[in-house]
Write a protein that binds this ligand. Structure first.
Ligand code: NDP
Length: 787
């Protein structure tokens, strides 16, 4: 017997569309306004291809208007009490819940995803997000002491989860006291406009939420606008990269949720029937148009045939059809252009020699559909194994051992999510930390919750949405306002007696080498540079590092990655030992500081003592800056683990040459990163003196590598390096811009100072969590727990 139709009624949704006239308007400053240029886009219904509505194609003037309104609203909104803001967010949650069915139907019509998903997943999660963040709004001042809102946030969202992405962006931004201008995707703006109506109904102050519809050019105007404090973006890695580059010279903060090619790893002891249902959720949920879709199936070799058979049986029974049919598993593809992308990548997969399997039934003729597809016999390096297809296409590969599974899983430039299927908890928890991904699901997949952060590793972007970790994306450390202009080159070099050629200077005491892999290394280029003291006399020489030195140092840092899995307690002990050994040489370091800076011994001793204190602080935090357990409302607990970024470049400040160096290098080390440090160009001798201390303190070779030379030149090499995962830069404004721009190539996590540094001596301006936060990325591991 065949399935009968079970169509959800669309009457109310169509009436709602009609009530907005033949043409929608945008929502700015609490009013519905037509686009200045009177241009419109047509939004279509993917299930049939028919026109659904005309929506404004907003341009520069519309963006200016919206940003101005958000600015005007910001002052009052941020001054409201936490409780009042919480009330507004709570009211949004209530209204969304009351209008849940209308939202669900409208979303299904506009996007083509099934009503089953919008009704049971998208919209309930949207309401949950607003409720959860109403809570964060209420407790903001105690939960995030010392932080303040950023200002006007530009938010750009994609078409795959239109309302959910809106909630992920708007709820935390408002809860932290910001105002927003949000641009939905051109194919799916309708639920955002319905949300605008809710803002009206709850009497949200005008300008707090502005919804400006349009296409990529509208998004680009928003990104460029100089009165925006932050861009929060979800979409393709390509556009994410562009946004990094366009905003490089501004102090705009960024959070980017980008693409993925997530592994779905099945071990031979897994419950295969559970696995098959997991695969349905991983790759046929939302037609596979999901950034964290489990699109790469990695199967232990001994069970491949059995599992492939089961998957094919299940695929044969999946139903593709109209998004409002309640009995349908897979809806329509969002737009013809996306359908073409899928078709083209599938045909490339066939050209590459992979085996394709599709069910025997055919898709509806009207509308834009693609059948569930399985590729086996896929080479790991092939295009379909590497590129995000963003469609219902599963790529399967096999592995023999757990370590091979990890290698295959990490064989991608992305790192958004992974799921691990095994009945062996030891195995699952052995693999989870080894997979480079922001979310790891054990025996489940594609589960999300407002209490848990979501976001990527590597080229899947940076920043988190959800959980307490997501809140930090919408606040700034209040004391940043007091940071001072950072000197680029300090006095001694300027005061040099004009000795350009070091050979003319008698009495050279020594030439400090660089430090790589625990060994002293001569500079590759064979050149040194002089270092002068406060009187302008030559104090010594250091190597003039070049590109090759940085490459060698990065290699040494990679070779030391075992530091990341060294027990935090051991890392702490090593850092304490550094402190102990520095103390033994305190007088010598103070002497060096006095000579170079021309300051009193007392002042120099103060810097050494402060450095010791800082070393103790980060030694203490090495095993105390812990993860959290999120209380996600399923049969789960979610471990939010703070993991190191990997290899980090640290371009140190010029001033406070000992304290500044230690303050910048120690937080990453304490968190398990390995570091290539470029010390102050003016006073590199403090750093090169320090490696003797590191050498005697059990710091494993390669954990700290020091390359001396022209700071900005070396910083540029680090930012161009594809194997550097994070880069901190304490230098000039121009240098900061360059670093941000070129780091976009591999989506490095950058922290640049735009020419202003904290006062390294001020504990309030050097709060440890401010630094530690930037030295880790959070992996959320979902583990079955309880009933
Ligand atoms: P895009 O990255 O192009 O679009 C995402 C959002 O950014 C949309 O609102 C889009 O506007 C806007 N946008 C486009 N260009 C710019 C720009 N230069 N500056 C600012 N904003 C811009 O993704 P697509 O929707 O085109 O999808 C393309 C591919 O991206 C998919 O095939 C998929 O691989 C990936 N993708 C990943 C998602 C994820 O969640 N990680 C989500 C969606 C897509 P508009 O839609 O109006 O053009």
């Amino acid at each position: 017997m065949d399935y009968g139709p079970a169509q959800e009624s669309d009457i109310l949704a169509r009436e709602w569309i009609k009530s907005h006239g033949p043409k929608f308007r945008q929502f700015v400053n609490g009013k519905w306004v037509a686009p200045k240029a009177k241009k419109y886009l047509i939004s279509r219904e993917p299930s049939t291809g028919r026109k659904l509505a005309s929506i404004p194609l907003s341009g520069k003037q519309d963006i200016n208007h919206a940003v101005r309104s958000a600015h005007e609203a910001f002052d009052n909104w941020k001054k409201l009490s936490c409780h009042v803001r919480a009330r507004y967010l709570y009211a949004m949650a209530r209204q969304i819940q009351k209008n849940a069915r209308l939202f669900a139907v409208l979303e299904a019509l506009d996007n083509g995803k099934t009503i089953r998903e919008t009704r049971d997943i998208d919209i309930p999660l949207v309401a949950r997000h607003f409720y959860h963040h109403a809570g964060w709004a209420q407790v903001r001042d105690s939960a995030l002491q010392g932080y303040e809102p950023l200002g006007v946030i530009g938010q750009i969202i994609p078409w795959n989860f239109p309302m959910l992405m809106l909630a992920w962006k708007i709820a935390p931004a408002l809860a932290m006291g910001n105002t927003v201008v949000l641009k939905p995707a051109e194919y799916t703006s309708l639920t955002a406009l319905l949300f605008a109506e809710i803002c009206e109904q709850i009497n949200l102050p005008p300008g707090v939420v502005n919804i400006v519809t349009g296409d990529g050019s509208t998004g680009a105007e928003l990104v460029k606008h100089r009165d925006i404090s932050k861009i929060a973006f979800t979409g393709s890695t390509e556009v994410g990269r562009k946004i990094c580059q366009v905003t490089a010279d501004s102090e705009k903060r960024l959070s980017l949720e980008l693409g993925g090619k997530s592994p779905f790893i099945v071990f031979d002891d897994a419950d295969l029937d559970g696995v098959v249902e997991g695969i349905v959720d991983a790759i046929w949920f939302n037609q596979g148009q999901v950034c964290c879709a489990g699109s790469r199936l990695l199967v232990q070799e001994s069970i491949t045939n059995k599992l492939y058979r089961k998957i094919k049986n299940r695929m044969e029974k999946l139903r593709v059809g109209h998004s409002l049919d309640k009995g349908v598993d897979i809806g329509a593809i969002v737009a013809p252009v996306q359908l073409k992308t899928i078709e083209s990548l599938v045909s490339k997969g066939l050209d590459e020699g992979a085996d394709m399997w599709q069910p025997s039934w055919t898709c509806p003729k009207e509308g834009w559909y693609y059948p569930p597809t399985l590729f086996t016999n896929v080479a790991p390096a092939s295009l379909i194994a590497q590129e995000e297809i963003f469609g219902p296409v599963l790529i399967a590969m096999s592995f023999r051992t757990p370590s091979e599974a990890v290698k295959l899983a990490n064989n991608t430039r992305y790192g958004l999510a992974a799921s691990i299927w095994t009945e062996n908890i030891n195995l699952a928890l052995d693999i989870a930390p080894k997979v480079k991904a922001g979310s790891v699901w054990v025996n489940c997949t594609n589960v999300f919750d407002a209490a848990s952060g979501f976001g990527g590793y590597r080229e899947s972007g940076f920043g988190r949405e959800g959980g307490i970790e997501g809140l930090y994306e919408y606040v700034r450390f209040g004391i940043e306002k007091d940071f001072l202009p950072a000197p680029t080159v300090l006095s001694p070099l300027n005061k040099s007696k004009g000795v350009g050629n070091v050979n003319q200077v008698p009495g050279i005491d020594r030439t400090a080498k660089m430090y790589m892999g625990g060994k002293q290394k001569r500079p590759d280029g064979g050149y040194n540079m002089p270092v002068f003291n406060a009187s302008g006399d030559l104090a010594g020489q250091v190597g003039l590092g070049n590109r090759k030195d940085i490459r060698n140092a990065v290699e040494a840092a990679h070779a030391a990655e075992g530091w990341s899995t060294t027990a935090a307690h051991i890392r702490a002990q090593v850092l304490y030992f550094v402190g102990e050994n520095l103390e033994a040489r305190a007088a010598e370091f103070a002497g060096r500081l006095s000579d170079l800076l021309g300051q009193t011994k007392r002042r120099s001793l103060r810097e050494v003592n402060m450095t010791l204190e800082r070393i103790f602080t980060y030694a203490a935090y090495a095993d105390k800056y812990e993860g959290t357990i999120h209380d996600t409302p399923y049969r789960n607990v979610t471990l939010a683990m703070k993991e190191p970024l990997g290899v980090m470049g640290i371009v140190c400040p010029e001033e406070a040459p000992l304290l500044g160096f230690v303050s910048a290098v120690l937080p990453p080390i304490a968190m398990g990163n390995t570091v290539v440090a470029v010390p102050s160009s003016t006073f590199p001798l403090l750093a090169t003196d320090l490696y003797q201390v590191l050498d005697t303190s059990d710091v494993p070779p390669g954990v700290v590598n020091i390359v001396t030379g022209d700071k900005d030149l070396l910083a540029d090499v680090l930012s161009d390096h594809d194997d550097v995962d994070g880069l901190w830069y304490f230098g000039s404004r121009e240098g900061s811009t360059r670093i941000r721009y070129s780091s976009a190539a591999n989506m490095k996590r950058t922290w640049v100072n735009f020419g202003r540094n904290p006062d390294w001596f001020d504990p309030a301006q050097t709060k440890p969590d401010y630094f530690l936060h930037k030295a880790v990325q959070i992996k959320n591991i979902w583990i079955p727990y309880g009933e």
